[in-house]
Unconditional design. Structure first.
Lengths: 230, 246
């Protein structure tokens, strides 16, 4: 495989990234004859002779094992909660997967546990071929998120927002005294004082806007320091 | 308009050239920009000469109404609209036979460039507004829609350029203006809008209005494809400029 692009190069759909016989397709790419082409607006990252694409735009598509933030949109069906997880498909949360404890819906009703508009942090348990999504909350840390605000970022900037070993998100939480939960679907929940939430939100918006540019950690650090002085 | 006349004999357009002094294979100046509408998933503005088209894309999102949902692929809905003040005689607002037809041909062209199988049961809506029309509005619309889809982050085979090639009397040329389309001298004007997918070397839109011989059609298409490749490079540069600027 011969790589034809440089590290950090911006790619458009149809741009040829590599040519040769041993080509492997991955997310954001497709094989056209003996050429590996990009299928999405992205930034190329080349490490140890392997190409990886960092998508610059795009909607969230669900995968099994993803941790997502969702909003309850329907509790009408018996034993099922329907959840909007910021993607083109509705996700379903069965009452059996909603908690480790037994939930007596016959006695208390479905809305006793989760009601319309409530925010939950959950995990995708299964995604079928036709994009039927099942959620689960039977894991430590998965819970209902009460209070706070919900904001959204480009789902492709999720990793940039967390940073290496969660360094970026920890820094924002420390400097702004807020509690932040990030879903892999691009939804971010922030809780704290109103002024702190505002500062944290500004930092998150900057990451969303300039996530593909190097030296961002320093910029965010400076920005949060300025806010502290005020 | 008529070509220059000398001693009562009309000269051909091959001799007199085009009204705006362009070469036969020369396009009007093109300006493109993307991401100008913050409320859409993706957007683009394309100006080809005096023709301006703005496209906004929403999605991929849940299909509404649900009975139109495609189980195995993405549903693309395309709405083309001429703004009332876009043409010299006020255009009647709202959908018309022409806008419905153009919405369909643009959708068919775009469908070939998008990996529709990656987004089953969902839909994308493409809204195109032509705010100023001076011929070639469907081509400008396709360029804008393709850029807007790329800006929305939808997986595509390639960006899709489009251009109108054709004939004015006996002169084969690209990117006809309204004045050139209205020529009735000699053989009259022939307008052939094409959309082209460079990576697969496919023509995804081909319409023809007028008379043209088989040989001339071949020549016109070749000229159109060369023009499309030029537009394609400019489309790529527009995307690169947006992200490198920051």
């Amino acid at each position: 495989m011969k790589i034809l692009v440089k590290d950090g190069q911006i790619l458009c759909p149809g741009d040829v990234m590599a040519s040769g016989d041993d080509l492997k397709e991955f997310e954001g790419s497709y094989i056209n004859g003996k050429e590996l082409c990009a299928s999405i607006v992205s930034k190329a990252s080349i490490k140890e002779g392997n190409i990886r694409l960092i998508a610059l735009k795009g909607a969230y598509l669900p995968y099994e094992g993803d941790y997502v933030i969702g909003k309850i949109i329907d509790v009408n069906a018996p034993n099922w909660y329907f959840v909007d997880i910021n993607c083109p498909y509705e996700a379903g949360l069965n009452i059996r997967e909603a908690s480790n404890q037994y939930l007596d819906t016959e006695r208390y009703g479905m809305t006793h546990y989760f009601n319309y508009g409530e925010i939950i942090f959950s995990k995708i348990q299964n995604v079928s071929d036709t994009m039927r999504i099942d959620l689960t909350m039977k894991e430590n840390g998965l819970k209902k998120l009460t209070g706070g605000i919900l904001t959204s970022i480009n789902p492709n900037k999720f990793a940039r927002l967390l940073g290496k070993d969660d360094s970026m998100i920890n820094m924002i939480q420390e400097k702004t005294s807020t509690k932040i939960v990030v879903g892999m679907n691009g939804l971010v929940w922030i809780s704290g004082k109103a002024t702190d939430i505002k500062r944290a939100k500004e930092a998150i918006e900057l990451i969303d806007l300039e996530g593909h540019i190097e030296g961002l950690t320093k910029k965010i650090e400076d920005m949060l320091k300025k806010g502290e002085k005020k | 308009m008529t070509a220059k006349k000398t001693e009562g004999k009309r000269l051909s357009y091959k001799t007199t050239g085009r009204f705006d002094k362009r070469k036969a294979n020369e396009m009007r100046p093109i300006e493109m920009s993307i991401g100008l509408l913050p409320n859409c998933s993706g957007s683009a503005r394309v100006k080809v000469g005096e023709t301006i088209a703005i496209a906004g894309v929403y999605g991929p999102k849940k299909t509404r109404p649900k009975h139109e949902e495609l189980k195995d692929k993405l549903l693309i809905r395309c709405y083309y609209d001429l703004v009332s003040f876009s043409v010299p005689d006020r255009a009647r607002p709202g959908p018309s036979r022409r806008s419905t037809e153009l919405g369909m041909v643009i959708k068919n062209a775009l469908e070939r460039s998008v990996f529709t199988e990656y987004y089953p049961r969902s839909m994308v809506e493409v809204f195109i507004e032509v705010v100023q029309a001076d011929a070639g509005s469907r081509c400008a619309s396709i360029i804008a829609a393709s850029l807007a889809l790329a800006d929305a982050g939808i997986e595509m085979r390639d960006l899709m350029p489009a251009v109108a090639c054709g004939k004015i009397d006996d002169l084969i040329c690209v990117d006809l203006t309204k004045a050139e389309e209205d020529v009735h001298d000699g053989e009259g004007a022939t307008d052939i809008p094409i959309a082209y997918l460079p990576s697969t070397d496919e023509i995804t839109l081909l319409q023809l209005d007028g008379n043209i011989s088989k040989e001339e059609l071949g020549q016109a298409l070749k000229m159109g494809i060369v023009a499309c490749k030029e537009i394609h490079n400019q489309m790529k540069q527009t995307i690169i400029n947006k992200y490198q600027k920051r």
